[in-house]
Design a protein around this ligand. Structure first.
Ligand code: FUB
Length: 335
């Protein structure tokens, strides 16, 4: 009887190991340009940044960089290997402690984790509050949701089970394309920025999973008359950060061969923001989307391009250090 029990126990353990193998981890270096290695089955991938784009084992876009607990995390969209549109289905997070050694923590959230959305897992953001991590994501070019986790690398859960923003029946108020959420917390108040062509801002409740007040237009001055891909025209991808009491709004000024990341500044998170200029040279990508973050006393701009694929729908994330002049203007990054 005793023997039978021991035998059954061993069989049970072996069965479990086969069903739930330990997350794998691998080192990927020197991938062939334009031929990403498919590593979807792996939970974690370690690699070294040698040049830009720095993620070469898969396609990634829309980088949102944050520092949590002295480590830099970059939340990204995940362009598919054979994409012919922005038909993405999940989101990844990458992290580093020194900007050279990186870990891909795998897909941290996906359309499968959302009951109310079926397509287009686009540019996300994540923020920490009261020991929890809140992951904001746009889907279907029409809705923004929030998921929560105890860890910056998930797993994230859609606790409220419905969108935070939904433009159904509210296009006039919320905008035609409520995409690209970006969140900051300033003096205890959380603000969420979003929108394509129509920049919007809304305050969030303290629990980070509800809106506080109305969605408002985010005003940018000094761009009157500017057209797509020129000057401060607002395209998409808002990102706000604070430096020396000044709020900087980074965004894309359009699409196509001549678009890039530009910025505006304001004394308050609600704006109005005043257009300042370009952050960097034209990016080799049909879309421009990025973030700016301070890490270990240096400033970095994260962005994406299509260097690895020469395809608008298969993008790759990059970063470079940037500097500011004595008046707080960004010294334009030359690529
Ligand atoms: O990645 C899909 C969409 O392309 C994003 O939401 C936009 O910002 C643009 O990068």
């Amino acid at each position: 009887m005793k023997k039978l029990l021991v035998y059954s126990l061993l069989l049970f353990i072996a069965g479990n190991l086969l069903a739930n193998p330990k997350p794998d981890s691998t080192v990927v270096n020197g991938c062939v340009k334009g031929e990403p290695t498919t590593v979807k089955s792996l939970e974690e991938v370690k690699f070294i940044k040698t040049s830009n784009p720095f993620v070469t084992h898969m396609y990634t876009a829309d980088p949102s960089a944050h520092v949590f607990n002295d480590r830099l995390y970059v939340y990204t969209s995940h362009d598919e290997d054979t994409a012919t549109y922005f038909s993405m289905v999940d989101w990844h997070v990458f992290s580093t402690e020194n900007m050279v050694d990186w870990t891909d923590h795998g897909a941290i959230f996906s359309l499968d984790d959302i009951k109310w959305a079926d397509k287009w897992a686009w540019a996300p953001d994540c923020i920490k509050r009261n020991g929890k991590y809140y992951f904001y994501y746009p889907v279907e070019r029409a809705k923004i949701g929030v998921a929560v986790s105890d860890s910056p690398i998930g797993p994230f859960v859609d606790e409220i089970g419905k969108p935070l923003i939904d433009n159904a029946g509210q296009v006039e108020h919320i905008g035609k394309e409520p995409i690209d959420p970006a969140v900051i917390i300033e003096k205890g108040q959380a603000y969420m920025y979003f929108g394509c062509r129509e920049p919007k801002v809304v305050k969030l409740k303290n629990n980070m999973m509800g809106l506080m007040g109305e969605v408002e237009e985010l005003r940018i001055t000094g761009i009157e008359g500017d057209e797509e891909n020129f000057g401060g025209f607002y395209g998409e991808g808002p990102w706000v950060f604070k430096r020396n009491d000044l709020f900087y709004l980074l965004y894309s000024n359009g699409w196509g061969d001549s678009s890039t990341l530009v910025y505006a500044t304001s004394k308050t998170p609600m704006g109005p923001f005043k257009f300042e200029g370009e952050v960097m040279d034209v990016v080799n990508s049909w879309t421009s989307h990025g973030s700016i973050v301070n890490f270990k006393d240096k400033w970095y701009v994260f962005y994406h391009n299509m260097e690895l694929s020469n395809n608008n729908y298969r993008r790759s994330i990059c970063f470079d250090e940037i500097t500011f002049d004595t008046e707080g203007k960004i010294n334009k990054l030359k690529l």
